[in-house]
Ligand binder design. Structure first.
Ligand SMILES: Cc1cc2nc3c(=O)[nH]c(=O)nc-3n(C[C@H](O)[C@H](O)[C@H](O)COP(=O)(O)OP(=O)(O)OC[C@H]3O[C@@H](n4cnc5c(N)ncnc54)[C@H](O)[C@@H]3O)c2cc1C
Length: 390
C-alpha cells in the first residue's frame, strides 16, 4: 500500500523547508523530496541578507519591505546565532544618481516600516571616513549608516529543515519527484529514491522546486497552466580580504544598479549581484562579463580591491514574473498558485525572498488548509527557536 501524507513538499530549499516546518508544526504528516542536497539550489546562492530590501522602496514594493522587516525582527529573536545585525554604509559621491535627500527619505521610510525605534539611520562624520575599509574619498560628499541583517543562507535552511524534522517531518534525499496524478481529493506521487521508483499519496503537493517549478508542472496530470516567468541569474564574487566596519551599498558606475560589498565568513568579501536572463533548465553559472562588472564596481569604490584575484564566484536564479521592464524593477514578492480555488491538490511557490520564508509558509498553510484534515498543532513557527548544527 502507498504511504499517505497530509503534505508532500518538492524541494529542500528555504521555501520547502519553511513549508515542512509550518505543516509539521500544525500537526500534519509531511514528506520532503529533495533531489540533490539541502539548500543546493538558490538558497545557498543568495546575497545572504535578511532584510526588507531598501532598494525595493524605489519600485514601491512597500508591503514586501514591511513584511520582510517584520520577519527580520522575528528571526533576530528566534535565530540569534544565525541572523545578525550589521552596519551598512551608503557612500554618496558628486556623481551618484541617488541624491542625499532621496536616501534620507528612503532610510526614514525603511525605519518607519520596520516599526523598530533602534533602526535609526545616521551620517558618518567626515573625519571618520578614513576608517571605512579603504573607501575612496574622491568626490565623496556623504556617507549614510543604517543597520540590516546577514545570515548564512545554507546554514539557515539546514536549521529550518532540522526544526521540521524534530516536529516529525520526513526528508528523503536524494529523492527526485517524477510525476503526480491529481485525483479528486489529493495526489498520487511517483518519485525516485536510492535508484528505485516509489509511490505515495498526499492530500496536497507543494511545489517548492525554485527555478524548476514550471518543469515540475509539466509532470502533473492534468497539467496546470504554468505562470509566465523569467529566470534571471545573479552572480556573486568572493575576494580573500577582510572588511572590518560592515557592508557597503554602492551604485554600479556602469548602470546605476545597487551592488553590495560585504564581509563574509570573517576574512573574505562577498560582492554582488548581477541580473542576466537565462533559459529555463539552464544551470546558473557566473559569466566573465558578470565577474568583470562586479570587480570594476568594487574597485571603483575600493581601489585596493582592484589588485586582488577573484577567489570564487557563484550564481543563483531568481524566478521573476515575465515583463518588459528591467529585471531590477520587477516585483520580488512570492506568488502562490493553486490548481483550483477550493480544496487545492497542488500549490506552486513562485519567486520570493529568503527573509520572508516563514511568512510565505504561513500563507501556504492558509491556502491549503481546506484540503487538510483537522490536526492538533504541536508548535508555532513564530516562537520556535532555530539553531545551527552543533
Ligand atoms: C542572486 C540572488 C540573491 C538573492 N539574495 C537574497 C537576499 O539577500 N535575501 C533574501 O531574502 N532573498 C534573496 N534572494 C531570494 C532567495 O534566495 C530565494 O527566494 C530563495 O532562496 C528561493 O528558495 P526556494 O526554496 O524557492 O528555491 P531553491 O533554493 O532553488 O530550492 C529548490 C529545491 O528544489 C529541488 N528540486 C528541484 N527539482 C526537484 C525535483 N524534481 N525533485 C526533488 N527536488 C527538486 C532543488 O534541488 C532545490 O534544492 C536572492 C536570490 C538570488 C537569485
Amino acid at each position: 500500500m502507498n504511504e499517505t501524507y497530509d503534505v508532500v513538499v518538492i524541494g529542500a530549499g528555504i521555501h520547502g523547508a519553511g513549508v515542512a516546518q509550518a505543516a509539521a508544526a500544525a500537526g500534519h504528516s509531511v514528506l520532503v523530496l529533495e533531489r540533490s542536497g539541502i539548500a543546493s539550489g538558490t538558497s545557498s546562492r543568495s546575497s545572504k541578507l535578511i532584510h526588507g530590501g531598501l532598494r525595493y522602496l524605489e519600485s514601491r514594493q512597500f508591503d514586501l519591505v514591511r513584511e520582510c522587516l517584520r520577519e527580520r525582527a522575528l528571526l533576530l529573536n528566534l535565530a540569534p546565532e544565525l541572523v545578525r545585525l550589521v552596519p551598512f554604509f551608503i557612500p554618496i559621491y558628486r556623481e551618484t544618481r541617488r541624491r542625499p535627500w532621496q536616501l534620507r527619505i528612503g532610510l526614514g521610510v525603511y525605519r518607519w516600516l520596520s516599526a523598530d525605534p533602534s533602526g535609526r539611520y545616521a551620517t558618518v562624520a567626515r573625519n571618520r571616513w578614513h576608517t571605512l575599509d579603504g573607501l575612496s574619498s574622491e568626490g565623496l560628499t556623504h556617507v549614510f549608516r543604517y543597520q540590516d541583517a546577514q545570515t548564512d543562507d545554507a546554514v539557515l535552511t539546514g536549521a529550518v529543515v532540522r526544526a521540521a524534522r524534530t516536529l516529525g517531518a520526513e526528508l528523503k534525499m536524494p529523492a527526485s519527484f517524477l510525476c503526480a496524478e491529481l485525483e479528486s481529493h489529493g495526489c498520487l506521487i511517483e518519485y525516485e529514491h536510492n535508484g528505485a521508483k516509489h509511490c505515495c499519496r498526499a492530500k496536497v503537493l507543494v511545489n517548492a522546486a525554485g527555478p524548476a517549478v514550471n518543469k515540475i508542472l509539466t509532470h502533473c496530470l492534468p497539467q496546470p497552466a504554468p505562470k509566465a516567468v523569467e529566470l534571471v541569474q545573479g552572480t556573486h564574487i568572493i575576494l580573500d580580504t577582510p572588511f572590518r566596519q560592515g557592508c557597503y551599498y554602492v551604485e554600479a558606475p556602469h548602470d546605476g544598479r545597487a551592488v553590495f560589498v560585504m564581509p563574509w565568513q570573517g576574512e573574505r568579501l562577498l560582492i554582488g549581484t548581477t541580473e542576466v536572463g537565462i533559459d529555463e533548465g539552464a544551470e546558473p553559472t557566473p559569466t566573465e562579463g558578470e565577474i568583470a562588472y562586479l570587480q570594476e564596481t568594487a574597485s571603483h569604490y575600493f581601489p585596493a580591491l582592484g589588485n586582488l584575484p577573484v577567489a570564487d564566484a557563484f550564481a543563483g536564479a531568481r524566478v521573476l514574473p515575465h515583463g518588459d521592464n528591467r529585471a531590477f524593477s520587477r516585483p520580488r514578492d512570492t506568488r502562490l498558485v493553486t490548481d483550483r480555488e477550493t480544496q487545492p491538490r497542488l500549490l506552486t511557490i513562485y519567486g520570493g525572498k529568503l527573509t520572508a520564508y516563514r511568512l510565505t509558509a504561513e500563507k501556504v498553510m492558509a491556502n491549503i488548509s481546506s484540503s487538510l484534515p483537522d490536526r492538533k498543532p504541536i508548535a508555532d513557527t513564530r516562537t520556535m527557536p532555530l539553531r545551527p548544527e552543533d
